[in-house]
Design a binder for this molecule. Sequence first.
Ligand SMILES: [Zn+2]
Length: 358
Amino acid sequence: MKRPLTFKAADRLLVFAPHPDDETLATGELIQLARESGASVRVVFGTDGDNNPWPQRWCERRLRIGPAERERWGRRRRGEAQAALARLGVASDAVRFLGWSDLGLTGTLEHDDAAIETLRGEFERYAPTHVAMPSLRDRHPDHGALRVMLELALAKARAGCVRLSYVVHGRDADAAALKVPRDATRHARKREALMAHASQISLSKSRLLRWADQPETFEPAEPGGSIAGASDGGIVLSLPLAPVFRFWRRHDVVLVIENGERIERARIPLPRLAGSTARATLGKALCAGRVDVTLDRGTLQIAIAGDADGHVRGYVKLDRTMPRVVIFDDETWQRFGDFSGSYAPSVETVAVAQRASL
Ligand SMILES: [Zn+2]
């Protein structure tokens, strides 16, 4: 059952969009609903969407896109996002562009601690009651990577807020989703806001309008690990591998392990031969320093040593390393281990607390 979303005047909605136009496509009606209730809204963009050569070639009638052209396109897309948000009721001083690498956020997640601190600062300064952000299940690599970075930052900030996950690319939210109540005026304004993204409308108008016409739904907090793991002084994850992964595509296992304070990452090339093991060493603080990745009859076994108490939690993804014609992921990020302590309050517990205080 889909439950309707509501806001109160004291609420503060913080929206994270990996690229300009995600804010309108995923949260155009949510933002209006929050503003109508008197809630404050802030929108943060991860990238300027500047690595977007085909619409740029079309709009600018040029083949070669160099750094100067890319920068110009990024500026254009920032302006379009500001215009779209103005139509949705968000003033320019409530919008921030982080300017991170478009199509490069997996690398930002893997290498840039300062980026996670920047996100943590957003949570600490704005103190949102609600955060809207991409789902881990979104098949665009920037969307999934931004979500993992946001979870790391939320854990560091110990921010207790309602987490609303949206999917732009991939399967729609499940049956337990929260839903923005349909309203013709809000929907019409969302379509107007989308038209402000003229650079994207140029090649994809009907596709984008089709997306914008979908009801806005959000998955509530996802407190559990999405892959079960046998636990014995650490964790052993089993990922079934489709033949396509084993034979002709090159992938790495990317691991992010955290404990709310420290973050460790590892990138381990997939073993090519059945029965073979690839090994990585992590910092000793979180998991006793070892990860073993073994390919065993079509299943990838990832054994991660735990900390002193045998605990380990984090995120794992099979990341395609071949040059990409299609940018979308075959496999998305998955969460493993025990996150129960880092997820408070969920939508459900907020609802219960409000009832209890009546
Ligand atoms: Zn996007």
